[in-house]
Design a protein around this ligand. Structure first.
Ligand code: N2P
Length: 361
């Protein structure tokens, strides 16, 4: 009895303390941070960090538009951010709480202003490209040494895909990445909002659909690294992480990333604070922590994505700052395109088409 009472009292006291501890809830992409930074934030601020991950803008958008997500910081891609700002999903940043904003890179701020004019609602976390990851050995076995590993022909020409199906191909489960790529393959504007053109892109995807083992936006990292698949249409840094995981495993798998020579999508992932964030003050502390030059460099050095922080550049390892697949040179930059959000009518076309493509019917 006494024991029970004691336990009960202790639990109450513990519960009360736990309820009082400050928390920040962050919702970021999977495989997108050096987790040591998470404990560093907790040590420096005394705030408990609750860190969840996702791999789909559509999923994040559903949560943002529904409201009440409970998150203090989320990371939509620019084109999604833009329409979520329009829907009232985010609050303006209090720049007086963000002294590390001075570390940010004007070149990237100019580009992200396309989605968030004046960068009033967001800071850039990472940016990158969408392209082709290959297991070089297996692809050469299947298609020969002159396989077009840096061309959209690899993934959109059914003759290539029919052969590659034997060693395994994954595509992103992301219509806003795959449709622009298919439009580019057709020589059309990748940012086209024309329903007929989008249908044509759908035909490109349907023609290779039988040879795609899976549409998924994060599993391809390990699948490539393990040698379970030989091609992934995915995100630059993720494929470079697969390259490193294979090298660490010393399993004979060699992974390479190429932005397609026809042109590649360049995207920007932006940290923003939901309008109904439970702890906006803590959210600003997290953003400021992330914008610290050394913290931002640690994140990029770990995940192989470029960031929008100029001051971080002196802390980047050569493998990152010196790799044009991560920090593109002028010539590479010229070959990158960006996209803007679909309006609701076109979005319905895209959503319907994507469901059809994934089901393959
Ligand atoms: C991280 C993927 C982030 C890129 N795994 C998608 N915007």
């Amino acid at each position: 009895m006494t024991n029970k009472l004691l336990t009960f009292t202790a639990a109450m006291a513990f519960g009360a303390t736990a309820a009082m501890a400050e928390e920040v809830h962050v919702y970021n992409w999977s495989d997108y941070i050096d987790e040591e930074l998470l404990s560093k934030f907790e040590e420096e601020t005394g705030i408990d960090l609750v860190y969840d991950v996702f791999d789909s803008n559509e999923l994040l958008e559903t949560k943002m538009l529904a409201g009440g997500s409970g998150y203090d910081v989320v990371v939509p891609t620019g084109s999604f951010l833009q329409r979520q700002i329009a829907a009232g999903a985010f609050q303006k940043l209090d720049k007086s709480k963000l002294p590390n904003l001075e570390n940010m890179w004007d070149v990237i701020e100019d580009r992200t202003a396309q989605y968030d004019p004046g960068n009033e609602y967001s800071i850039n976390y990472m940016w990158g490209t969408t392209g082709i990851g290959v297991n070089t050995g297996k692809v050469a076995e299947v298609l020969g040494d002159d396989a077009p590993i840096n061309s959209l022909d690899l993934v959109f020409d059914p003759a290539n895909m029919e052969k590659l199906a034997a060693c395994g191909v994954y595509f992103l489960d992301a219509p806003t990445e795959m449709i622009p790529a298919a439009l580019k393959y057709l020589g059309l504007n990748p940012d086209s909002k024309d329903a007929d053109e989008i249908e044509k892109a759908g035909e490109v995807l349907m023609a290779v659909r039988p040879y795609v083992a899976k549409f998924h936006s994060s599993e391809y990292i390990n699948a490539l690294a393990n040698g379970d698949i030989c091609v992934a249409f995915g995100w630059s840094g993720d494929i470079l992480q697969a390259r490193d995981r294979a090298a660490e495993a010393d399993n004979g798998v060699e992974v390479a990333y190429n932005a397609p020579t026809e042109g590649a999508l360049m995207w920007f992932d932006q940290m923003a604070i939901p309008t109904d964030a439970p702890n906006p003050d803590g959210a600003h502390k997290f953003l400021n922590f992330i914008m610290d030059a050394e913290n931002m460099a640690a994140a990029s050095n770990y995940v192989y994505y470029a960031n929008g922080n100029k001051a971080s550049q002196e802390f980047l390892v050569e493998d990152v700052i010196g790799d044009t697949a991560i920090y593109p040179d002028e010539a590479t930059l010229e070959n990158l395109y960006t996209v803007s959000p679909y309006d609701p009518k076109v979005q319905r076309v895209v959503t319907r088409l994507w469901t059809k493509i994934k089901s393959g019917t």
